[in-house]
Design a protein around this ligand. Structure first.
Ligand SMILES: [Zn+2]
Ligand SMILES: [Zn+2]
Length: 252
């Protein structure tokens, strides 16, 4: 097991070095418009597309993280999450799920574009207050069912959680939550069906591993209706977790 982990780390490092060398030899192209780029804040987003990234600032919805664009009527929910009964305390979304953020997440999720993680985590590092939000928390990625994980070859949320934990120097664990039921894709389901589809889909395989004093942050790529994050939060709480929050890179 230890040997396997070493091998994985080594391969990860070699991959990164090779990636950096390739980037140096061939200028990258922008994930959104395809223009060749060099020397921009993000390695795969040109300056023009970079200016289209909307990083969420205060005031924001405290449940899903959607920006209020200056209006501050109720901070605890918004039209995106008003029918959600959250099993987590707080939610944070780094940026709106559009433009380059959507393109980067699509590349990572559907095209094995592992290079996109660097851009996404860099975008997260620009989110003011996020390092305080994740401080001392344990990041827990939304798990994929083993069949889906085999099919895709990786869990993008686990990769995101791992890189965020490196960037913000917090711990993460891929082993606290499992997706025990292979549910159909949520796409095309309404809110009620999403809830039914996900009920009992997630569980904690090792209840003693839950620390009641620990704050857990469930990490996913995108906040859509919050159903998946909520089902994960419910599973963690059922296993004894008392402090559960959520974090997504994009808000759809
Ligand atoms: Zn561009
Ligand atoms: Zn909201």
């Amino acid at each position: 097991m230890v040997l396997l982990l070493h091998l994985k780390n080594l391969l990860g490092r070699v991959g990164r070095i090779a990636g950096n060398a390739l980037d140096a030899a061939f200028p990258a192209s922008c994930v959104s418009c395809g223009d060749l780029i060099e020397g921009t804040p993000l390695p795969h987003v040109c300056d023009r597309c970079f200016s289209r990234i909307y990083i969420v600032e205060e005031p924001r919805c405290l449940t899903c993280g959607y920006p209020f664009f200056g209006e501050t009527e109720s901070r605890n929910n918004c039209s995106h999450c008003d029918r959600l009964v959250p099993r987590f305390a707080q939610g944070w979304s780094v940026a709106l799920f559009r433009g380059p953020v959507r393109d980067l997440i699509y590349a990572l999720k559907y095209e094995k574009g592992f290079w996109a993680i660097e851009d996404l985590v860099k975008i997260a590092s620009y989110a003011e207050g996020l390092s305080d939000y994740v401080k001392d928390a344990l990041l827990v990625p939304v798990p994929l069912h083993p069949r889906k994980r085999r099919e895709r070859g990786y869990n993008q949320s686990a990769l995101i959680a791992a890189e965020l934990s490196r960037a913000f120097q917090v711990n993460h664990s891929d082993e606290l939550l499992i997706r025990a039921i292979d549910t159909p894709s949520q796409t095309g389901f309404n809110r009620q069906d999403r809830y039914r589809n996900l009920k009992n889909a997630f569980s904690c395989p090792s209840k003693p591993a839950i620390d009641r004093r620990q704050r857990y942050i469930i990490v996913d790529d995108v906040f859509t209706t919050g159903s998946t994050l909520n089902a994960c939060a419910a599973a963690l709480r059922q296993a004894g977790a008392k402090r559960v929050d959520v974090l997504t890179l994009g808000h759809g």
